[in-house]
Design a binder for this molecule. Structure first.
Ligand code: GFB
Length: 297
């Protein structure tokens, strides 16, 4: 989802010298394959958007894969970037790197100030290791490796698998299917009280490009919309967009996860970026994408 949004944005800005490799052509967890790719392709700038990602259930069910795959991918790419003299690297982290009970909105300085949320601790630890590796290369070897922390993302090419997806994609699919089948109930996980901040992936892509141009610090920087909603509000909004008017049923056997994770976006706003896609409009656009592309061809 993030990679394709970056490519869309770069192509819209008329970049013609993009080097992309999908998973079938380059396995980023394969150390020697990554080293060979960098040695041959010699990229100038690297955006590391690849990761093993998933929603609350996938994070909870597959701690080994979320920890190991992400450590492997980022170690291979970051080290090869250094070894081949990459001019600038942008590493994508996640808002889940912050402590479960961080102050809200969460400033970048909250990193490593308290215990993590248990459902996504392995993924968060991997991402924190990636941040620290970028900072270590910069401190020890003078690289320009920056780390950005996006909030919860959604948009075209999101994962709509109900077991592994994040909440917004899951609710879009559930509402669509409930409506198509004339059902009168939709099951939503947790209590609905948790709050989440959502950012359309096209806004994230614009932010990443701006940071590649303007931001050269090893300090992490947050990317968020600056607003959050409860899962209950989100579920109602999604149902409204999809046109499903049945009842929401709360499955309280499923975890709520962190109670709130709203990012403090002062730092990136000062650089001149702000989101352009309001939540409702972004959900409408993603719904259209879903209708045109689901089931996946
Ligand atoms: O988006 P989500 O899976 O991940 O869940 P996190 C957010 C909230 O939505 C939780 C609730 O409180 C869920 O219980 N929820 C309600 C649902 N219905 C559903 C549903 O049908 N599917 C899903 N998936 N959730 C992830 C981390 O945390 O956020 C990752 O696990 C990553 O590591 C990502 O950082 C950004 O926001 O809780």
């Amino acid at each position: 989802m993030v990679g394709s949004a970056l490519v869309r944005r770069l192509e819209a800005e008329r970049f013609t010298n993009l080097l992309t490799r999908d998973r079938s052509h380059l396995d980023l967890s394969d150390e020697s394959a990554v080293a060979k790719f960098f040695a041959e392709a010699r990229p100038d700038i690297v955006i590391l958007a690849a990761a093993n990602v998933g929603g609350i259930k996938a994070n909870n069910d597959f701690p080994v894969e979320f920890l190991l795959d992400n450590l492997r991918i980022q170690n291979n790419v970051i080290r090869s970037a250094y070894q081949t003299g990459v001019r600038k690297l942008l590493f994508l982290g996640s808002s889940c790197i912050y402590p479960k009970l961080a102050p809200q909105p969460i400033p970048e300085s909250a990193l490593l100030t308290g215990p993590l949320e248990s459902t996504n601790e392995p993924y968060a630890i991997a991402k924190i290791a990636g941040i620290k590796l970028c900072q270590a290369y910069t401190r020890e070897y003078g690289t320009n490796f920056i780390s950005v922390m996006p909030t919860n993302l959604y948009g075209p090419n999101d994962n709509f698998d109900l077991e592994t997806s994040h909440v917004l994609a899951a609710l879009l699919r559930k509402a669509h299917e409930a409506k198509s089948r004339n059902e009168n109930k939709l099951i939503v996980w947790g209590t609905g009280e948790s709050r989440r901040e959502f950012l359309h992936v096209d806004d994230l892509a614009a932010a990443c490009l701006l940071l590649l141009e303007k931001y050269d610090s090893a300090e992490i920087i947050n990317i968020g919309s600056g607003e959050d909603v409860t899962i209950r509000e989100l579920a109602k909004l999604v149902c409204d967009v999809v046109g499903f008017d049945g009842e929401l049923v709360w499955d309280k056997t499923k975890p709520d996860g962190t109670p709130r994770k709203l990012l403090d976006v002062t730092r990136i706003r000062v650089l001149g970026w702000q989101p352009t896609i309001p939540l409702r409009k972004g959900i409408e656009q993603t719904h259209e994408w879903f209708l045109a592309n689901w089931p996946q061809k």
